[in-house]
Design a protein around this ligand. Structure first.
Ligand SMILES: NC(=O)c1ccc[n+]([C@@H]2O[C@H](COP(=O)([O-])OP(=O)(O)OC[C@H]3O[C@@H](n4cnc5c(N)ncnc54)[C@H](O)[C@@H]3O)[C@@H](O)[C@H]2O)c1
Length: 333
């Protein structure tokens, strides 16, 4: 494959690039990243001599088209997005720009190069939250986003759906749960808990900390994306038997990805404090986030039927994650 990985200097994108290059050293990888506060080129250091790195924006249709033609790329994997819910509540303009206008720009590039495939990374947050006794959401469930972030991701998906149907672009969309692991921007939940705990400062938890998240170790997510990339994508009128019957379009475009590792935020925070040898008394409840989703749960049977299953247990993944941030915050670059 000759890949354009957009947002490849961010949390998940950087793991994807490192892992893909290790598994498929002969593949061409071009990373396009705007290097916002969340991007860090140094994550890619081990492979930088063997990939192309371009600093730029996915909204720049001309630039993306040029990269596709110049490096004869056949697949775009789109991680580029504004991703922090709290930021989207304060100001959603950048979210509209990257998560909606940016997706439309990639669609324009695909329209001009009909053989190009686009794998778009979306989120379980597009479904909105669910009650404790609700069944897991399937790819056909209604989208009820709660935050401007989730709404912008849902809007991007809608544009892709329309482009798949009207322009027959070759596209797959994955909706994953909360990723965790090294390389996440410092303001996200786990890095925040570690950073505060290491300084013996109060560890802020929204509300009573009882909201639940479903945790997916970042490399397990990357492996699921490789499974989707390896699959013969079924386009508008086709189906992969046994896999795509539940798809909203009757075709294989949408995949939920979950390791089914639901935990309450407070339990995760306590576990982190335990790993760091810090007291639970550091936990400090703060005013809840407006529109804070209670719980997500998704049915990921389609990707599992294609052979994927998570390899990293929550306990093991959390330990690796905490140790990485412990080292980072003790030795800031
Ligand atoms: N982290 C999670 O738990 C999670 C969960 C579900 C879905 N996702 C989705 O996965 C994708 C990657 O998430 P992440 O956590 O790695 O994000 P991140 O915020 O860590 O990284 C995003 C990267 O995209 C780049 N970027 C942002 N806007 C850009 C633009 N317009 N043009 C080019 N580059 C741009 C940033 O510089 C950064 O390197 C996102 O689409 C996100 O919606 C993430």
């Amino acid at each position: 494959m000759n890949l354009l990985v957009t947002g490849g200097a961010g949390f998940i994108g950087s793991h994807f690039v490192l892992r893909h290059k290790e598994k498929f050293p002969d593949d061409t990888i071009v990373v396009l990243d705007a290097l916002t506060y969340a991007g860090d080129k140094s994550f890619l250091e081990p492979v930088l001599p063997r990939i192309r790195f371009v600093q730029g924006n996915i909204t720049d249709i001309e630039l993306v088209s040029q990269l596709v033609l110049r490096y004869e790329l056949d697949t775009i994997v789109n991680f580029a997005a504004e991703t922090h819910v709290d930021r989207s509540i304060k100001d959603s303009v950048a979210f509209i720009h990257s998560n909606i206008v940016g997706v439309q720009a990639l669609i324009e590039v695909c329209k001009a190069s009909p053989s190009l495939r686009l794998l778009h990374i979306s989120t379980d947050e597009v479904y909105g939250d669910i009650a404790d006794d609700d069944p897991p959401r399937t790819v056909g469930s209604t989208l009820f986003p709660s935050s401007p972030y989730a709404a912008s991701k849902a809007a991007g998906e809608m544009l892709l759906m329309a482009a798949m149907r009207t322009h027959k672009i070759k596209c797959a969309v994955t909706r994953c749960t909360n990723n965790y692991g090294p390389h996440q921007a410092s303001e996200k939940f786990l890095p925040t808990v570690v950073r505060h705990a290491l300084k013996n400062e109060p560890v802020p938890l929204y509300g009573k900390g009882e909201n639940k998240r479903d945790w997916l170790y970042v490399t397990d997510h990357c492996d699921a994306l490789e499974v989707v990339l390896k699959t013969d994508w079924a386009f508008w009128d086709d189906k992969i038997p046994g896999v795509h019957e539940s798809q909203p379009t009757g075709s294989g475009h949408f995949f939920n990805i979950s390791a089914d590792a639901e935990r309450r935020n407070i339990d995760v925070a306590k576990e982190v404090l335990k790993i760091l040898g810090k007291p639970e008394s550091l936990i400090s409840f703060v005013a809840d986030r407006p529109g804070h989703d209670w719980r997500y749960a998704i049915d990921s049977s389609a990707i599992r039927k294609l052979g994927w299953k998570p390899q990293v247990s929550f306990e093991e993944g959390l330990k690796k994650t905490v140790e990485w941030y412990r080292a980072k915050f003790k030795n800031p670059a």
